[in-house]
Design a binder for this molecule. Structure first.
Ligand code: AMP
Length: 192
């Protein structure tokens, strides 16, 4: 299996590039943000519990995320692989993910880190807000989400660097330019 983590701050284009990756490499897209938004839309108890964290720009408790995510990994063991988008977001999540994947005998292949300046993040998210209608795409919540990213998620760069899996991708170009860099890395990994 090809298991890719697409990593980066909110607004770096993880969702957009994930769409390109799943089309070309036929991976199963696991976006914890999308899964949570779907739960909220369906009015499920999990969605209701998660909403208050999301609206405040905070991380949803790990146990909720694990239940939602690992239900989906275990249902897709015959796929070509997974793209993890918006997960892991802290050390505990990264360690549990490694344990789960070890049980499935299919470790993380690559961690693609979309590197974008903070100024550009704000611009992109505020632009997205005009079309997304997302309650957490307001200036105040974005500021909180970037702060949470810096404190809890960014340290994972070291975790994956130490595993030799971290691949920085210059994320400031156009969608096509960034995807070309991603393709080059994945194809290189696959030996193409
Ligand atoms: P995203 O669409 O990835 O930016 O996620 C939107 C919001 O969902 C985040 O600000 C968090 O509140 C929540 N969320 C998404 N993924 C996770 C995760 N792996 N762990 C905790 N909370 C998450």
């Amino acid at each position: 299996m090809l298991n890719v983590i697409i990593f980066g701050a909110p607004g770096t284009g993880k969702g957009t590039q994930s769409q390109n990756i799943i089309e070309k490499y036929q991976l199963v897209h696991l976006s914890t943000g999308d899964i949570l938004r779907e739960e909220i839309k369906n009015g499920s108890p999990v969605g209701l519990a998660a909403k208050k964290y999301i609206d405040d720009g905070l991380l949803v408790p790990d146990s909720v995320i694990f239940d939602l995510l690992f239900d989906r990994t275990s249902k897709n063991t015959n796929s070509k692989g997974f793209i993890f988008d918006g997960f892991p977001r802290n050390n505990v999540q990264a360690e549990i993910l490694d344990e789960k994947l070890a049980e499935m005998q299919t470790p993380i292949s690559l961690v693609l880190y979309l590197d974008v300046t903070e100024e550009e993040l704000f611009k992109r998210i505020l632009l997205r807000a005009q079309i997304s209608g997302r309650a957490d795409d307001t200036a105040e919540v974005i500021k909180k989400r970037i702060e949470v990213y810096t404190q809890q998620t960014q340290p994972l760069l070291d975790y994956y660097r130490q595993q030799g899996k971290l691949i920085p991708i210059a994320g400031m170009g156009t969608i096509e330019e960034v995807f070309a860099l991603i393709e080059k890395e994945i194809d290189g990994y696959l030996g193409k």
